[in-house]
Design a protein around this ligand. Structure first.
Ligand SMILES: [Zn+2]
Length: 92
């Protein structure tokens, strides 16, 4: 049984803001290992607790042109500027 997503639940990717997965990326304050982001390809881990590290990873991904790890999941009307708004404020 899962309670409603709260502060310890994050359904948006901390790197790219992708928020369309059935599984949360973070659950009860823990990384949901194996929930690989289809957009930026990040796998949530305890490494993702540093804003500096997240910004580095995000910058690297954006610097490559924001490629999709699973291109078949890319929506036709994908808007990266809309998506990054989903990144929780504390990880921007
Ligand atoms: Zn991502």
């Amino acid at each position: 049984m899962h309670s409603a997503p709260g502060p310890e639940w994050e359904t948006a990717c901390r790197i790219c803001g992708h928020d369309d997965d059935p599984e949360p990326f973070w659950e009860g304050g823990r990384p949901n290992e194996g929930a690989i982001c289809p957009c930026c390809g990040n796998e949530p881990s305890m490494k993702d607790v540093s804003v500096i590290g997240l910004r580095e990873n995000r910058g690297h991904w954006l610097g490559q042109g924001a490629p999709w790890d699973s291109p078949s999941f890319r929506p036709k009307d994908w808007d990266i500027l809309e998506q990054v708004k989903n990144i929780p404020a504390e990880w921007r």
